[in-house]
Each structure stands twice: as structure tokens, then as C-alpha cells.
Write a protein that binds this ligand. Structure first.
Ligand code: FAD
Length: 399
């Protein structure tokens, strides 16, 4: 066993680092204050091959291993976790196609992302079904001509206002069914749709194959203001049989497969943010003098810096172990994914909060990046399963 990255992994990490230093960090506070979706940066990331990390080479994708994905997302998150959340959401939505789609489904649903800088949405959460996604009510039912009709409402969906393709988890047959399916509303359909923009910033997409998708007003969020989040409603959307992934009774299994892959990626978001919070705080503590000394030389303040550093390094180790387990398809990868997610969320919250505290009153001012990091950190403990759900997964595995 060794902890040495391959030359390719180092190269990816260095390239993203450079991108973040030159293209993200210099304007991040201005961009964030405007709350404007960074389409230009997403397009650049696509050009450089830093999004769509799970699309197989067989269809000309840039698939990279889980450790490389973690490094890329971590470095991107060092710049901004809203941007990395939007970017990695493509893999959250698309990895299930790579995992469970037929060759022709992979070609139809993944190739468009190789050809153009498109965004995808992963639609699982509903107003009445958050941590408990089995309570979802969105469903497909068979129509007379052999196709399916999709109806229901999802909330908090990343990229929803910009998405060209939707991966939707839904009940099979009726809203109260036990079985869950996973269906794709493909980019080819959205491209042909008649789209009207609403004054709220929502979109109404009338599909030529039948039915309407309506995205709500983009949410005004506490943090990660450079990611887009909105509700999505499906009204009698016609779903061709070819657009149902795998077995339409195995959706729960597919969700688990996706989250086992994606939770280490959220951990990477947490580690990136925690490291940024530590770095900006250390730099500040080396500059700022009180009681005739630099803050970093005051013993209690230095102790806080040490605690921050330890949290970052431990979270990084948990992340790398989880990524390695995913890469090896280890049986117990899920439990390590949950461990990494919780450890990284804890590091992000601790470093952002303590970092803000070490900035004193300046940390409370929006012109200091640490105030943004403190706002951004909270959601890492929430999305892709709250802390308690990760502990539930770990507990279940232990006993
Ligand atoms: C910015 C953002 C982006 C998101 N992006 C997406 C997306 O792209 N796609 C998608 O499908 N979803 C997305 N989500 C939804 C996210 O995954 C859910 O918010 C999350 O799973 C929690 O669900 P909930 O908000 O309904 O909270 P609830 O499930 O209502 O939980 C509220 C609180 O109850 C407690 N709790 C819940 N369950 C348990 C338990 N078992 N034991 C003990 N306590 C518990 C916890 O303290 C928890 O924080 C996003 C959310 C946000 C905020």
C-alpha cells in the first residue's frame, strides 16, 4: 500500500488548481454577490474535460477513476463549492446510465454530454420525501400505446433551471407503489421542446412527444449561490420504454449505487472547502496582530489552527479511503462513503466557523471570503443525505 498519486492524477490536480487560481478565485466574491449562474466557467470546465467524469471511454467520454475524480472536485471546491456542485451534478445524474444503461442508452443519453457542454439534473427529493425517499409520490404508469406517463414534483434539484436532461426516480404504477424506477428525459427531447421562460426565472418545456416539464423559480439560498437549485414538475410526460433504465422495479438499488459513488464526491467538496477555510484563516492569522503578536503566535489561537488542520487532513484520509473503495468496487464502499461524507462535512463546518471566529469582526463582513465559506459549508452536511442518515447507514452495517 502506498499514498503516492500517479503522474496522471497529479497532473489533473495541478491543472484544476491552476484553473481555480487563475479563473475562479480572483472574481469569486463578485460573482457570488451577483448570484449569477457561472455558465462561462462551466463551459470552460467542459472544454478542459473536468466535468462528466463518469462517462465511459467507449462513448468517447473522459471517465477517470474515483481517486482522480475526488482530486478534481476537491481542487474545484477550493475555488467555490457552488461551481463544483453544479459540475459534479452531471455525474450524479449520469453515473446511473453508465452503471445500468444498455449500450444504446449510454450512446443516446451520455453522448450529448461529450458533444456539448450540457447540464443534467438528478431528481430524487420531493417536498414530502427528503431523507426518506421511499415516501416519494412521483410515478410512471403505463399508457395504452405501451409508453409510460410520468407525473409528480421534485424539489431542491441542482441545475434544474439549466438542465438539458433529467434523471428521474419515480414509483412504478402508482404513487403508493413499493417499487421504484429510474427514467431519463433525454437531451434530444428537451432540445425539441417548445420552451417558454417565465418571469420568475422558471421554464415551461412542452415536449413534442407529449407532456410538460416546469421548473420553478431558482431558489434564493444561504450559500452555494453559484449553483442553481429549483423545483421540477412533470405533467403527463411521455416516457418511451427505451427511456427506462434497467429493471423498473430496482430503482432503490440504483439510488444506492449512485450515492455510493457520489458521496465521496460530496466529501471532496467538503475537503476542498475546509482546506480553503484553513488557508485563508492561516494567512489572516499570520498578518493580524493583537497583544503585540501575530494571532497565529497566541497559544489558544494557534491551537484552533492546529485543530482545523487536523480536521482537514483526517477528512482527506477518509475521502481517499472511500474513493479507493469505490474504485475497487469493494463490498463495504457504502459505509466508507458515509464516513467520508460526515467527516468532510464536519471538517468544512468546523474550519469555516472557527476560521470566521479567528477573523474576529472582519469575518462577519461579506468582503472577507471566510464569511462566504461559512455560509457555503452548511449544505455539505445536508445534501446527498443528512448526517443522521449517514450514521444510520454506518450503524446498520456495524450491527
Ligand atoms: C442546495 C441543495 C441542493 C440539492 N440538490 C439536490 C439534487 O440535485 N437532487 C435531489 O434529489 N436532491 C437535492 N437536494 C435535496 C437534499 O438531498 C435533501 O435536502 C436532503 O436529503 C434532506 O432532505 P430534507 O431537506 O427533506 O430534510 P429532512 O429529511 O426533512 O430532514 C430534516 C432533518 O431531520 C433530521 N433527520 C432526518 N432523517 C433522520 C433520521 N433518519 N434520523 C434522525 N434524524 C433525521 C435531520 O436532522 C435532518 O437534517 C438538494 C438540497 C439542497 C439544499
Amino acid at each position: 500500500m502506498n499514498f503516492v498519486l500517479t503522474e496522471e492524477q497529479r497532473m489533473y490536480g495541478d491543472l484544476v488548481k491552476k484553473f481555480v487560481r487563475n479563473e475562479v478565485l480572483p472574481s469569486i466574491l463578485k460573482r457570488e454577490a451577483k448570484h449569477a449562474f457561472p455558465e462561462d466557467l462551466i463551459a470552460k470546465l467542459w472544454e478542459m474535460g473536468f466535468i462528466n467524469l463518469s462517462i465511459p471511454e467507449s462513448i468517447k467520454g473522459f471517465e477517470v477513476d474515483a481517486i482522480t475524480s475526488s482530486l478534481i472536485i476537491q481542487e474545484l471546491s477550493y475555488g467555490d463549492t457552488g461551481i463544483s456542485t453544479s459540475a459534479m451534478c452531471n455525474d450524479l445524474a449520469n453515473v446511473v446510465i453508465a452503471q445500468h444503461g444498455t449500450n444504446s442508452q449510454q450512446e443516446d443519453f451520455l453522448r450529448p454530454f461529450v458533444d456539448e457542454p450540457l447540464l443534467a439534473s438528478f431528481c430524487l427529493t420531493e417536498p414530502g420525501a427528503g431523507s426518506d425517499n421511499s415516501a416519494m409520490k412521483t410515478y410512471i404508469r403505463k399508457a395504452d400505446n405501451g409508453t409510460y406517463l410520468l407525473n409528480g414534483e421534485k424539489c431542491f434539484i441542482t441545475n434544474a433551471s439549466y438542465a438539458s436532461q433529467f434523471t428521474v426516480f419515480c414509483k412504478t404504477g402508482k404513487p403508493s407503489a413499493q417499487m421504484m424506477a429510474c427514467v431519463i428525459i433525454p437531451a434530444a427531447e428537451i432540445k425539441k421542446a417548445e420552451i417558454s421562460m417565465q418571469s420568475t426565472g422558471g421554464r415551461e418545456m412542452r415536449l413534442s412527444s407529449g407532456g410538460t416539464i416546469i421548473t420553478g423559480k431558482p431558489e434564493d439560498k444561504l450559500g452555494q449561490r453559484l449553483s442553481n437549485t429549483a423545483a421540477v414538475k412533470f405533467e403527463d410526460v411521455v416516457v418511451d420504454e427505451q427511456h427506462v433504465l434497467g429493471d423498473r422495479r430496482l430503482g432503490f438499488k440504483y439510488v444506492v449505487d449512485v450515492l455510493d459513488y457520489a458521496r465521496p464526491m460530496v466529501a471532496a467538496i467538503g475537503v476542498g472547502l475546509a482546506r480553503r477555510a484553513f488557508d485563508v484563516t492561516l494567512a489572516y492569522a499570520k498578518e493580524r496582530k493583537q497583544f503585540g503578536q501575530r494571532l497565529c503566535d497566541l497559544p489558544v489561537a494557534r491551537d484552533t489552527l492546529v485543530k482545523m488542520w487536523k480536521k482537514v487532513e483526517l477528512a482527506d484520509m477518509a475521502l481517499m479511503k472511500a474513493a479507493w473503495k469505490v474504485q475497487e468496487h469493494a463490498e463495504d464502499r457504502g459505509v466508507y462513503a458515509s464516513l467520508a461524507k460526515n467527516t468532510a462535512a464536519d471538517a468544512a463546518l468546523f474550519c469555516a466557523n472557527e476560521g470566521l471566529h479567528l477573523h474576529g469582526g472582519y469575518g462577519f463582513m461579506t468582503e472577507y471570503e471566510i464569511s462566504k465559506l461559512a455560509r457555503d459549508a452548511h449544505v455539505i452536511d445536508i445534501y446527498e443525505g443528512v448526517r443522521e442518515v449517514q450514521d444510520m447507514i454506518i450503524g446498520r452495517e456495524l450491527v
